[in-house]
Design a protein around this ligand. Structure first.
Ligand code: FAD
Ligand code: FMN
Length: 428
């Protein structure tokens, strides 16, 4: 594997066993480990790294949204572990730091006392590979800070961040390993041959780890010799008989062939076959269930995420309003909500559901337009300490909802909701 990863490990060895013996004067409280992560990997890596390196153990570990460039003056060393999201953008919890860093000038914030390193997570399939990590590196340099090593890029499509995580999963921070799950049930939820969407139930075994709504299952498709995982948002909660439910759209590529993992999961795999997969904890999508209003927004396979949040809220006797906006293509072929949401949850007194259909001849509508029409629900959520959760595709739905929220609330309030962990996005 994996030139960048080997380079990093070699470099870390040199740095911590050798060079840093010379730096024992550095006080622990002057050390920062900052992470920005959309789906939990950079956070897990930062935490595992901090726990396994004595000189970082008592350093300050925090998410990037909690610090400002100005506060970097307090530190002598800083390690940034950050992923890239969207189209070369920061993850949501890196956005406010990104903006502040862009505004900061060296004559106001001089960082020449600071030594830093950046570990950038990304995926070389995207045109702007590790763009956010590159940006932090450049800007810190421009403010006078000194890199103690070249920027390290870990490529998701080569499994480099998983390898780095495994390296540090030893004693204190356990990183989930691949386990065997059994396919016990599968059915197509919509009708017609186009864009089929499947409900897939995997039995996790009674000793399986618990998971929370918002968590992800990383599946290793067995129809390839390469070890390539694909992520799927878990649609169920642990108490549903230890069954991990997924909602998977069969991806069809431009040449007409089936997507690697979705083809395997929805077409080739047989009942009772084994699926190798691991739980992927995604703290950014863990809602704080404090009986305050919830706004759940999804389209298509994003139903997975809202189902899990809905089930978890119901299980915890959530009585505050739950507003659900769900979009599919056509009412006749795709009205799938009642297929996967138990009637008791669907018809609960505190739940308001709005379904919209983008190809409906009379009233075509996307969820972002439905959001635009849901001013009262949004006001209730925003004014009464509620939370917003969005799940589904990034392009189109995720971006559309995000921009609609910005139009309705203003950029600053949307950022505040993000930073205060009240606006969660699982968009892919
Ligand atoms: C956090 C997360 C949660 C997800 N949850 C779900 C879910 O609940 N349900 C669901 O159906 N899917 C979900 N996905 C998408 C899923 O992981 C797969 O991407 C999808 O199933 C297609 O994978 P595949 O192996 O079948 O197709 P592939 O063989 O990867 O090919 C699919 C097509 O997409 C293109 N493509 C693949 N990757 C990229 C990329 N990164 N950028 C641009 N084009 C690309 C390929 O060129 C090809 O045309 C999620 C993704 C993430 C990151
Ligand atoms: C919707 C989406 C957009 C992404 N955009 C980029 C990108 O523009 N550039 C990049 O290098 N990686 C991109 N990635 C890949 C992630 O950075 C990579 O998977 C990383 O390991 C995720 O780390 P995290 O879990 O800490 O967020 C994207 C991933 C997703 C799901």
């Amino acid at each position: 594997m994996v030139a960048a990863y080997s380079l990093w490990v070699g470099y870390l060895f040199w740095k911590h066993k050798g060079k840093h013996l010379l730096r024992q004067h550095t006080q622990e409280s002057k050390i920062l480990i900052a992470w920005a992560s959309q789906t939990g990997t950079a956070q897990a890596l930062a935490e595992a790294y901090a726990a396994n390196h004595s000189e970082f153990k008592h350093g300050v570990l925090m998410q990037l949204s909690a610090i400002s460039p100005e506060r970097l003056k307090e530190f002598e060393r800083a390690l940034f572990v950050v992923s890239t999201y969207g189209h070369g953008e920061p993850p949501d919890n890196g956005r406010s730091f990104f903006k502040a860093l862009n505004r900061t000038r060296r004559n106001e914030t001089e960082l020449s006392h600071l030594e830093y390193e950046v570990v950038a997570l990304g995926d070389s399939k995207y045109p702007h590979f590790c763009a956010f990590g590159e940006h932090i590196d450049k800007r810190l340099n421009a403010l006078g800070a000194s890199p103690v090593a070249p920027l390290v890029k870990l490529d998701h499509s080569k499994g480099e961040e998983t390898a780095a995580l495994a390296q540090y999963s030893s004693a204190s921070v356990a990183v989930p390993a691949y386990e065997d799950f059994t396919l016990i049930r599968r059915r197509q939820l919509n009708s017609g041959p186009r864009h089929p969407l499947f409900e897939i139930d995997l039995y996790a075994g009674h000793n399986a780890q618990q998971w929370q709504a918002g968590d992800i299952l990383d599946v290793l498709p067995m129809n390839t010799s390469e070890e390539i995982a694909r992520s799927y948002t878990i649609a169920s909660v642990s108490s549903e008989s230890h069954i991990i439910k997924l909602i998977v759209r069969l991806a069809i590529k431009e040449d007409g062939s089936q997507g690697l993992a979705s083809g395997w999961l929805t077409q080739q795999l047989k009942i009772n076959d084994t699926v190798k997969a691991k739980l992927h904890v995604n703290p950014a999508c863990h809602l704080t269930l404090n009986n305050k209003p919830l706004l759940l927004i999804a389209a298509g396979s994003g139903l997975a995420g809202i189902r899990a949040q809905w089930m978890q809220a119901a299980e915890q006797q959530h009585t505050a309003p739950v507003y659900v906006l769900f979009g599919e293509r056509t009412r006749e072929l795709d009205d799938i909500l009642s297929e996967v949401i138990p009637a008791q949850a669907l018809n609960a007194a505190n739940v308001t559901v709005k379904r919209v259909f983008s190809r409906c001849p009379d009233h075509p509508m996307y969820v972002q337009q439905a959001l635009q029409q849901s001013k009262d629900a949004l006001r209730d959520v925003v004014n009464n300490d509620g939370q917003i959760y969005v799940c589904g595709s990034y392009d189109g739905m995720g971006e559309g909802v995000h921009h609609t929220l910005i139009r309705m609330l203003g950029e600053e309030q949307v950022q505040q909701l993000t930073d205060s962990h009240r606006y969660h996005r699982d968009v892919y």
